[in-house]
Design a protein around this ligand. Sequence first.
Ligand SMILES: [Zn+2]
Length: 241
Amino acid sequence: MTKKAFRIIGGIIILFNLWLIGHYQLTGIMILLLTFGVALLFEFVLVKQFASDSLGAQQKVSGGLIKYFGLQQWYETVFDDEQKHRLEERFGTVSGNKLASGAINSKSLDVDVLQFFYDLEQKLKPKVYSDVLQLVDERYKLEAGKFCRIDEDRWNNEKYYKVWFTFMNYRVKALNRLKSDNYFTQGQLDPIDDNYITQPCLDIKNKHFNIINGDLDRAFSKHFSEPIKGCRCSVRGYRKR
Ligand SMILES: [Zn+2]
């Protein structure tokens, strides 16, 4: 159940209790218990413990990250046993999660499949893993290709090309949050302005886009249609006064 569902149930119970208070003409501590007591119980105990959208929720997936990301078939067919062994040994445990065994726990899995592949590749840099790395890279490229057409030359040679894809999960989430919560009216794309920044990101710096009429959406699609050299832009909203 979600937090919202818990709160609605809590609200119904309190309404019922208000009726009880009126009907039986209850007083003093009973009123407090039946109203604030219920509210506090729901908010600070039940929502925290059981709401499925709360942080730290356990994912009941055994078979490690490979299964979590739906990569079992790929994993089973692409690697031989010896390669799997080396891969699992090298990957070890990340935030309590193993590559191909055990249950998946919590927060680290705000991560998407692209971030997962990027991290995995970082661990496979040593030359002894080059055969495994190549196979991982093929699949990473395939997943990244769901965002845009992959430029092979840039994929293999440009420092920020692959990194760009690992930011997309955060960017899309940030954009969706801004669009859904009705609090922010304006948004902008914030570049990291350092030695690696290039003109397209400088051009967008400090530009403000209306969220309600879709301007931010359009600016987002345009700026993130494919990797820009050095782009590590993030998405931020604010409220116009
Ligand atoms: Zn940018």
